[in-house]
Design a protein around this ligand. Structure first.
Ligand code: CR1
Length: 837
């Protein structure tokens, strides 16, 4: 009975002796316990890495307590839940973030200290969890942090790739890719749930059967693999709430090789089992294009199927009627990658729950929301041929969704077949395929852009036709980043300074409070401390640069940084051309003029997709230019060029706080949002940027005077491109600015060596070839002016410091807390559910 139950619970609780304690002595005991029983080392002799492992387990225990309490609380209160579906999460390291969010950083540092270790050194032992490519993936990580901190009842779902994003090795200036087998030394931040498994099915046929006198489609699958859950606790800051990121790994199903086994083909049956495991093995390293690969499709469905089985199981545990689904479940599609979810929910509701098509469709249209992260029109597509083979029943469902949709459209817009063809979820043609974006738009109640400018483009260009049909669906949720990760974890000096001058740490949960820094804008002491913090961060970065590349840099120089994925539209080439131009100017100067020059350290970092040749050439050019300039004794400290290899989250945490200036050079209209700009802004680094993506809103917030804006605006870009292409004669040499032509010629003619190799790179900006699609030629002059303005501002350190303070003070709006609250209230319709202490 109930009494017995309670007595048992009480007995258990007294055995547990309450919760784990967080004073330094208790932490120390736990660390030593884990050294001995988890890491299996002697408590008298263990190294930094083993100390890391033991501390990580100590912290993990505390995360698990909170995780449990949060889940029990959610289960009891049954709030509407958000499920955030994303194929990529770039979590980076977890230790520092966890101890900060748990509020036990000082205690941990002290505990380690007494054992003879230093927290910073121990934290450095952790490798990155790099289960994603770039912007989209890091955004997901920041958003998880905000969901937990704001107490939302949310779960993240993703894939547990065994190989994360490749590690970038530079050999002789060329990028090489090394597999990132990140689980090699174990991962204390995950909890393997060997009992949470689902079967995921592939291939096979669809048959029609009679069921209760009605014809029903059933899918008879041909292959089964098992999905195993790995839970990654995500602690909120200033709350007990700790939510879950559940990642799936593929395991061979215990059933599927029975036949082979019975027929005696033992070896083949084992080999087949291994094939199953490859599904979740490796992250695709292309951040923009996915070209109809079967394995990629398998990954997507594997992810979708396991997640939705888990979600539906939980829903059924808590509720009895599917009519309640839209009030209790919000499913968010992070880009088109998880869009198969739509077909899968239909299949579950129609084929398994027998709700009937219309009822199921009605429900589906109320539960999905979608965010797109690209400006590109030509989005993700799945070849019908692949689907037909791998997921035959889903293809039928997609056809039916499309048929109904087109019928409805015919009623609305008439038999305008060219318009209907554009709207269609199915693309006819040489390669018949499913347009994932169209699917996501048709079936979601909300379609979000990631900046105002992005939304505008979605409405007027990319999804113009859909916007005409469903104007109310389209919304803007400007991206944000977590100030916990990007100030508190990565810039402790700035954190202390901000808290001291604001007189509170409340800004860590409420970034709008950062605007209070404006009250001290002209305080000399504040300026002094501000500059000191930057100096210390520059020192850290300088040490790292020297260790990585052997280049010694001067702390008096302006640290100028461009770090992000390498892409033509991001125009790293414009940066390099600017550097070459600066070099030419320095070479032509007399001694006196040189004395007035602001020394620069130009830092570039980022990975190129392995198959993206031009991007790889940009990396090589960067090294070739660095080699030439850094070894020119004539130039000395006036100009240094550094490529930081293997840019990732933990490198970003080091680089961003140490930057004076950061560059965001995308040709206007190409960067959906950009989030790097926000991280630099929060770290008091000035931006040199085009009016693209979210930078437009940064300009709105801090004013044009507090950053260096250059280049064609969005509306000018189209005109310039048109002009260029309609120009029948190839553009006259005279129309290419002289200094641009000169820099280009130097690269093409081998001034930096490798002229054959750089030829195709040069051609991207030459007429008659690539036609300079990204408009480097026409933006070059304006770019150099912005650079000159930055130099000028840097000379006046008072002015620079003011701009830097105003950047941080204006960064509150770019916290992911603001983004998430907006999503929660207007898109997901979920409310905070705060677990009591
Ligand atoms: C966009 O290119 C945006 C992030 C996050 C990127 C970038 O402008 O800030 O998404 N897209 O919304 C991306 O990574 C794979 O696509």
């Amino acid at each position: 009975g109930l009494g017995e139950h309670r007595a048992k619970a009480e007995r258990m609780f007294s055995l547990m002796d309450g919760f784990l304690k967080n004073d330094p002595i208790s932490l120390q005991k736990d660390i030593l316990h884990h050294v001995e029983y988890t890491v299996a080392r002697s408590r008298f002799s263990f190294d930094d890495f083993e100390a890391y492992q033991a501390l990580a387990h100590t912290v993990r225990d505390r995360l698990i307590e909170r995780w449990h309490d949060t889940h029990i609380y959610f289960k009891r209160t049954k709030p509407k839940r958000l499920y955030f579906l994303s194929l990529e999460f770039l979590m980076g390291r977890s230790l520092s973030n966890s101890v900060i969010n748990l509020g036990i950083e000082d205690q941990c540092a002290e505990a380690l200290n007494q054992l003879g270790f230093e927290f910073e050194v121990v934290a450095e032992q952790e490798g990155d969890a790099a289960l994603g490519n770039g912007g989209l993936a890091r955004l997901s990580a920041c958003q998880m942090d905000s969901l937990a901190t704001l107490d939302y009842p949310a779960w993240g779902y993703g894939l547990r790739y065994e190989y994360g994003l490749f590690r970038q090795i530079i050999v002789d200036g060329f990028q090489h890719e090394k597999p990132d087998y990140w689980l090699n030394f174990g991962n204390p931040w995950e909890i393997e749930r060997i009992h949470v498994t689902y079967e995921v099915k592939f291939y096979g046929t669809v048959e029609e059967v009679e069921m209760n006198g009605e014809k029903q489609k059933v899918w008879i699958p041909g292959e089964t693999v098992e999905a195993v859950a790995y839970d990654n606790p995500i602690p909120g800051y200033g709350t007990r709430n700790t939510i879950n990121l559940r990642l799936w790994a593929a395991k061979p199903s215990s059933k599927f090789d029975l036949e082979a086994y019975n027929t005696g083909d033992y070896i083949n049956s084992v080999v087949n089992r291994q094939n199953a495991e490859t599904i979740s093995n490796v992250l695709y390293p292309d951040d923009r294009s996915h070209q109809g690969k079967e394995l990629r499709l398998k990954q997507q469905y594997f992810f979708v199927s396991a997640s939705l089985q888990d979600i539906m199981r939980r829903f059924k545990e808590e509720h009895t009627n599917f009519d309640e689904l839209p009030e209790k479940v919000a499913l968010h599609l992070n880009d088109t990658h998880p869009s198969l979810s739509i077909a899968e929910v239909m299949r579950m509701l129609v084929d398994e729950e027998h709700l009937g098509w219309h009822k199921a469709w009605d429900i589906v249209c109320k539960i999905f929301s979608f965010t797109t992260h690209t400006m590109v029109t030509d989005g993700e597509k799945i070849p019908v041929e692949l689907l037909e083979n791998l997921l035959p029943r889903h293809l039928e469902i997609l056809y039916e969704i499309n048929f109904n949709f087109l019928e409805e459209m015919k009623k609305r817009i008439g038999l305008d077949y060219s318009r209907l063809a554009l709207l269609s979820i199915v693309e006819e043609g040489a390669m018949k395929s499913i347009r994932m974006a169209n699917l996501a738009i048709v079936c979601s109640h909300t379609v979000n852009g990631v900046s105002k400018l992005h939304l505008e483009k979605l409405k007027t260009k990319t999804f113009k036709d859909f916007y005409g049909l469903y104007p109310e669906k389209f919304q803007c949720k400007t991206n944000g980043v977590s100030q916990r990760r990007w100030i508190v974890v990565s810039n402790p000096g700035l954190r202390d300074l901000i808290s001291k001058w604001l007189g509170t740490e409340a800004w860590i949960r409420d970034a709008d409070l950062l605007s209070g820094l404006r009250d001290h804008l002209d305080n000399a002491d504040f300026h002094l401390e501000w500059k000191m913090v930057k100096k210390v961060n520059k020192m850290r970065l300088a040490e790292y640069i020297e260790a990585m590349s052997g280049v010694k840099v001067s702390l008096d120089a302006m640290f100028d940084v461009q770090v992000k994925r390498i892409h033509e539209y991001k125009r790293q080439l414009l940066n390099i051309f600017g550097i070459i131009h600066r070099y030419n100017c320095l070479k032509n100067m007399d001694k006196d003029s040189r004395r007035k020059v602001v020394p620069r350290v130009c830092i570039i970092g980022g990975k190129a997709a392995p198959g993206y040749e031009i991007a790889k050439k940009i990396i090589k050019l960067c090294h070739a230019v660095a080699e030439k300039i850094n070894n020119d004794t004539d130039i000395g400290d006036l100009l240094k060029v550094v490529f930081i290899p293997d840019y990732n989250v933990s490198v970003a945490e080091l680089v961003i706080p140490g930057a004076d200036l950061s560059q965001h050079l995308s040709t206007a209209g190409n960067e959906a949002s950009g989030t790097g700009n926000m991280k630099f802004l929060m770290n008091g680094c000035l931006l040199l940027a085009t009016a693209d993506g979210s930078t437009v809103e940064i300009i709105e917030e801090i004013g044009e005077d507090n950053l260096f804006v250059f280049g064609a605006k969005v509306h000018e870009v189209e005109k310039r491109r048109q002009k260029r292409l309609s120009n029948l004669a190839p553009l006259q040499p005279a129309k290419v600015p002289l200094h641009f032509a000169r820099v280009l010629r130097m690269v093409r003619d081998g001034y930096f060596g490798h002229n054959d190799y750089f030829k195709s790179l040069c051609e991207t900006v030459e007429f008659g070839f690539g036609n300079d699609y990204y408009l480097l030629t026409s933006d070059f002059g304006s770019y150099l002016e912005a650079q000159a303005a930055a130099d000028k501002a840097f000379v006046n350190q008072d002015k620079w410091t003011r701009m830097s303070i105003l950047s941080v003070a204006g960064s509150g709006r770019f916290s992911s807390d603001r983004t998430i609250q907006d999503y929660a209230e207007s898109t997901w319709k979920i409310s905070p559910c705060r677990c009591p202490l």
